[in-house]
Design a protein around this ligand. Structure first.
Ligand code: NAD
Length: 261
């Protein structure tokens, strides 16, 4: 079966990557594209006869599933509109506020949705590796995460860095919110045992780099991932779109899609 897909934000970096990647697949077909009212390119063809439109309700109705890599505010509005029609979704937008998360959670009560801060196979594998390392090494080994992204990225730390931090906390048997440290400035005192630090670096056109380092006494382990093309996120999101259509309502992640649970 070919899933009919509505792409939100076709003029964006990820929107363009999704449209390019969909052209080479048989499990998905882009049948609608919806951008914000003031976006450039409205009315132009994005792929095979599909025009970019600002009509969200019509776009959702013309597809089996929508894919959303936009902004937190747009993700919230889309989830609220999709709730009325019980539309399946694939959501990759990061930096969601609690209110945005609530709208996404509400959609999951009536439709199947896949939500992931990172749709690459490599990062989803890395999450398991860092959790295993944290469990084996324990909080005596200081865990620090450094993430690097392009200068246009708005949210920090990245959603992927937060997923890695949560995986390390789970490996330690702690809760990330209790042990987190986002960058350091001034007299922060000695590093408490079990703290998990996250530092964000911004510059140039870096698509995404994440390194988790475990510092022991006189040795250290680094586990990292580098994305060199948005095509990896697009391929994962399209695979998730084909997978999620027909599933029972609920919130799924990439480990469900990849069959790694
Ligand atoms: P971008 O700024 O290049 O593109 C955003 C797009 O959303 C633009 O086309 C914009 O016009 C559109 N948009 C904004 N409001 C809209 C609305 N109301 N309706 C429809 N479209 C709307 O950003 P990007 O680099 O493509 O990243 C988008 C999001 O995806 C960010 O939150 C980023 O962190 C996230 N991201 C996630 C992953 C992942 O694997 N989960 C990978 C890359 C990026």
């Amino acid at each position: 079966m070919t899933a009919r897909v509505c792409i939100l934000g076709p003029s964006g970096r990820m929107g363009r990557a999704l449209i390019d990647a969909a052209a080479g697949r048989s499990d998905v077909k882009v049948t609608a594209a919806v951008d914000r009212l003031d976006a450039g390119g409205l009315g132009t063809m994005v792929t095979n006869g599909v025009l970019a439109s600002a009509d969200l309700a019509a776009g959702l109705a013309a597809a089996d599933v929508y894919i959303d890599f936009t902004s937190p505010a747009a993700t919230r509005t889309s989830a609220e509109t999709a709730h009325a029609g019980k539309r399946p979704a694939v959501i990759g937008t990061t930096g969601l506020t609690p209110a945005d998360e609530a709208a996404v959670a509400k959609l999951a009560t009536v439709a199947p949705i896949v939500v992931a801060a990172n749709f690459s196979l490599g990062v989803n594998l890395l999450l398991g590796l860092v959790q295993q390392a944290a469990r084996a090494l324990g909080p005596e080994w200081d865990a620090e995460i450094v993430e690097i992204h392009h200068r246009a990225k708005r949210d920090a730390p990245s959603g992927t860095a937060l997923m890695i931090a949560h995986a390390i906390a789970a490996g330690h048997g702690s809760t990330y919110d209790e042990v987190k440290r986002h960058t350091r400035d001034g007299d922060v005192g000695a590093r408490p045992r079990g703290e998990i630090g996250v530092s964000a670096v911004r510059g140039g056109d870096v698509i995404g780099e994440h390194t988790a380092t475990f510092f022991g006494a006189a040795e250290r382990i680094e586990i990292g991932h580098r994305a060199t093309s948005r095509a990896i996120f697009a391929a994962g999101a399209l695979r998730a779109a084909a997978w999620v259509v027909g599933k029972p309502p609920g919130r799924y992640d990439m480990l469900d899609v990849l069959g790694l649970k």
